[in-house]
Design a protein around this ligand. Sequence first.
Ligand SMILES: [Zn+2]
Length: 380
Amino acid sequence: MLDPARFAALSSFSPAPLLVTSFYATTDAKRNSRHAAVTQVKDLARARLAELKTSGLTHDQQKSLDGDFARLTDYLETHAFTHPAERGLAAFSCAGADFFQAFPLPHGFKTTLLVGPTPYLRPYNALVAQAPPSVVVLVDQHRARAFSFHGDESHNLFDVTHETGSRIRQGGFQGKDERHIEHHHDEAVHHHYQDVADRLLHAFQSAPFQYLALAGHLDELHKFERHLHSYVAERVVGRFRADVRAATRDEVRARTAELVTAEEKNRQQDAVQRLIGASRTNGGLAVTGLKNSLGALNDRRVQTLLVAAELRHPGRHCSACETLFETEPRCPRCEAPTVETADIVDEAIAMTVHQGGAIRILPPDSPLAAHGQIGAMLRY
Ligand SMILES: [Zn+2]
């Protein structure tokens, strides 16, 4: 997954007058074979070139696009696609500017190949939102270590030690001096906590994270937590015991992932309950089931599409009006015969994203299972 600096560089990439090729696909072997993906790229590339030629392409633009398509085909033919987190692929290319970047995605996407002046990032954003970034901070009275996790990537955010002294009696001192040492120590710990809280706020401002886990002695964490800025504090997902010096990154990563997974599951349950509740209310701005969800998409009313990860369903589409149907042999809008498509769910996810809506991929055992495993929150 991209760190924010690389993402910003990609979003602002604009090699005019050359064009950028953006490509998305499912790389999960159960759903899309490598051979099929290569064939799809070749077919789509031919179709895109034909469209672009009618509007006029310069020699350099066409040469760059030919380079993009060759590079993509080569990438698909030679890349291993064995990482468990790689279920989809996003790739952006401008051969004429010697630019090629490819990223694994936490979920597949309908095979899509688009050419434009800048990278097409809506699917990337929608899919990356399925695996939100998290941070863990390990903190005691002297030291703090923080790591960020996003998909399969992890980074050290900071490792800071402050000299805060000790409250342990030195011996020989009594009364005023001892109280002075204690007071000095408390002040130093307060400054240490405040500095760590400031560092977390700074980290959040430069690369927003969805969740923050706190690790250390639980009573110390309680005192530290009061120093957190409200933007950061509202992201606290939980706390766990850890030895700040000895804990390894892999250990805290696993504990953080447990907390995040539990919280994500809660939020998914809430979202599904809200959807089901709203779909039962008059004017509730929600629908459930494949037929209703496709109808809402055709009317461009979908704000968020909720769908079970493994849902697949054959369907039909009208390429003239870009509408999707479960079974209609003829398009009710333009009377043209509809065309069969192997998986209308993939089409629905892609259409939601193209329309600027959000998607939420659910586990197969969510309460949406009783409602056809698909539903949508509506804009109006
Ligand atoms: Zn039509």
